[in-house]
Design a protein around this ligand. Structure first.
Ligand code: GCV
Length: 647
């Protein structure tokens, strides 16, 4: 598409296929997509493609042997050609993109025979896109990449070429589900479920061609706001009948519709509590409506008191999801998926893994991460989240089982894409989207290999070393110059960009650091604090219970300690704060310098865009450094050991 960045699928990556002879065998829309992809590559590079011809002198044979739902494929080299075979059409599509990733290596005689299958059946992006521009949250809630890809001027975009290009990008990194509207469902968006379902159907048609199922966020109050009823009580037969009817209409419009996403009793959204019902009652009502069609309800576990009294130290937001949902284990229908944020708070740069993950063995659970960088630099700062997500997915939270295995209901990310020419605002934030897809396919994959893959596809080899240097440690750099040691927040209220150490300290949101002249941190121990640490299984309950065993990076999440407390690193807490904030800025400055040196190997427009963003990142990092360091110097009165300037 003209004017749109091809991201990690520039024409060049199709050259190895486009210069060869390819046979595509099989039928169905996804096989058509595969054929079109190869045809386009051949048209550009001079190769040849046949459809359903007899075997002959081909270099590449892409063949689907059945019509099952399997997403697996096998790739091997035999008799001088590369064969990709799958039993299901989606498998063939993923096989094609595998060959694209391998490039020339796909045609080496020593290519090993490999079968690839996704570890997680659901690999989903949730868009927090509004149809009508919201007066506070805009077109895309927490969106940092321009407007919505799907919605403009109060309705679905008429020209869906861009959505097609997006679907292609998503499929190429393994994503197979998309929710097209915000979980905060406002008045206009509520109607997507009923009289405006045609607009969703138009999007679904585009996604279908790339093996992606479409989901919709719905409001729990739909029977009231759309159906004119006087209740949304999930145990009321009339309400259930309303949902059954509405869902039948949805499937009439979108036969392969994926299901509903629901944020209920959360930050003001309606839910079952209003009727004295449980979240299982609410989720099961929707599961029942979706069951005849094979749909799923994704019920979010982000339920907490957002109107808490900041003086009440016994209420702990971190505890809330576990306290609400664990007692309901075993009560959720099998087509209800409980969607849990990866940490107990809210997508901070550092949080422990949520103790809810693994604590509900009788419930299908999906884990939600945030690609949109609400708390990680808002796509103005480089912050590659691959290492953070990988740490989460590999973390053995329950009986040695890692999160990536416990997430039986899938992995979900809040999307970071929009109608920005570079898709993600910051061109380097594309790495997060790509990494998410690849980790959802294989949660135990090495993130640095994924990063190399993204760099090679997107930029070729000339800029690889520099880009790796910039991106690889960028999450830790961001952590260094923002909130220290897992304490979180300290952001400007509302929009969440830039430092405000006490921004949320005297607010009702449950996000406090409790700094005073003597110390800082939240006591979440069982012995003297909120008891949150005891929500973990062994060994983590013990590990987190004591400051002696708690990992440094999470110390202030779990404990309130004096500024002079000595970390495992050997530094005091206060000195750690000073040092990391100076280091973080130096690292951001160094990344800016490395980028400046890539001017000859990156196209001019992209180079200029990133260079400009680096100016903002360095400015903002300095602001963080100065405000955080001054704040704690003034609170504690402890000077920097190294005598640097802190006012
Ligand atoms: C969609 C955080 C964000 C909200 C978001 C919410 C959620 O609180 O700031 O914008 O709402 O998470 O995940 O539902």
């Amino acid at each position: 598409m003209q004017g749109v960045d091809p991201a990690w699928l520039p024409d060049e990556v199709f050259r190895p296929i486009g210069t060869r002879r390819t046979l595509v065998r099989g039928s169905g829309p996804l096989v058509d997509t595969v054929h079109e992809e190869v045809t386009r590559a051949c048209a550009r590079f001079g190769g040849r493609v046949e459809r359903d011809a007899a075997p002959g002198p081909y270099d590449l044979v892409l063949e689907v042997t059945g019509t099952d739902g399997s997403e697996a494929f096998t790739c091997e080299r035999a008799d001088g050609r590369t064969n990709v075979t799958a039993t299901g059409p989606s498998g063939l599509l993923y096989g094609l993109f595998h060959v694209v990733r391998l490039g020339e290596d796909a045609f080496r005689e020593d290519l090993p025979r490999q079968t690839h299958a996704p570890a997680l059946a659901l690999r989903m992006l949730d868009h927090w896109d509004n149809v009508a521009v919201h007066p506070v949250m805009g077109q895309v809630e927490r969106g940092y990449a321009g407007g919505s890809l799907f919605w403009a001027d109060g309705r679905a975009r008429g020209d869906l070429d861009r959505v097609r290009a997006y679907a292609r990008l998503l499929a190429s990194c393994g994503i197979n589900a998309v929710a097209v509207n915000n979980v905060n469902v406002h008045e206009t968006e509520a109607r997507l479920l009923t009289d405006r379902i045609g607009e969703v159907a138009a999007l679904a048609e585009v996604f279908r061609a790339y093996g992606i199922r479409t989901h919709l966020s719905v409001t729990f109050a739909a029977p009231l706001v759309l159906g004119g009823m006087d209740t949304a009580d999930p145990l009321d037969a009339r309400v259930r009948a309303w949902w059954a009817r509405a869902t039948a209409e949805v499937y009439a419009a979108i036969p392969d519709f994926g299901g509903y996403v629901v944020k209920a009793d959360s930050e003001g959204q309606p839910g079952p509590f209003a009727y004295g019902r449980t979240h299982a009652d609410g989720a099961n009502m929707l599961a029942e409506a979706l069951r005849p069609y094979g749909g799923t309800v994704h019920w979010r576990a982000f339920v907490y008191d957002h109107r808490q009294d900041w003086r009440d130290r016994s209420t702990d937001r971190a505890r809330a999801a576990y306290d609400h949902f664990v007692p309901l284990d075993g009560e959720f229908a099998d087509n209800a998926v409980l969607q849990v944020k990866h940490g107990p708070m809210d997508f901070q740069v550092r949080e422990p893994v949520s103790p809810l993950i693994g604590a509900m063995p009788g419930t299908r659970l999906a884990v939600e991460v945030q690609a949109t960088q609400e708390y990680t630099g808002q796509q103005r700062h480089v912050c590659w989240l691959g290492p953070m997500w990988s740490e989460v997915l590999r973390f053995p939270v329950q009986e040695g089982l890692p999160v990536g295995e416990l997430a039986r209901g899938g992995l979900v990310a809040v999307s970071n894409a929009g109608d920005d020419p570079y898709w993600t605002g910051h061109p380097l934030a594309q790495a997060n989207l790509y990494t998410f897809g690849r980790l959802a396919w294989r949660p135990d994959a090495d993130p640095s290999q994924i990063l190399d893959e993204w760099i090679r596809l997107t930029f070729g080899t000339a800029a690889a070393a520099g880009l790796r240097a910039i991106l690889d440690g960028s999450w830790r750099t961001y952590e260094k110059y923002t909130a220290p040691l897992g304490v979180g927040f300290m952001v400007q209220p509302g929009h969440h960009y830039g430092p405000a150490v006490d921004g949320y300290e005297y607010s009702p949101w449950g996000t406090y650091h409790f700094a005073d002249r003597d110390g800082i941190g939240v006591d979440r121990s069982a012995a003297t604090g909120t008891g949150f640490a005891a929500q973990y299984a062994k060994p983590w309950a013990e590990v987190y219970e004591s400051p002696d065993t708690c990992p440094d990076e999470l110390l202030l999440f779990f404990h309130h300690v004096p500024y002079g407390h000595v970390l495992h690193s050997g530094r005091t807490v206060i000195q750690h704060i000073y040092d990391t904030h100076f280091e973080g800025v130096e690292e951001a400055e160094e990344a800016r310098r490395v980028w400046a040196g890539l001017g000859d190997v990156v196209d001019a427009e992209r180079h200029a865009r990133v260079a400009e963003l680096f100016e903002e990142q360095v400015r903002s990092a300095r602001e963080w450094r100065d405000q955080v360091n001054s704040y704690f110097f003034r609170k504690s009165g402890v000077p920097d050991e190294r005598g640097r300037r802190i006012c």
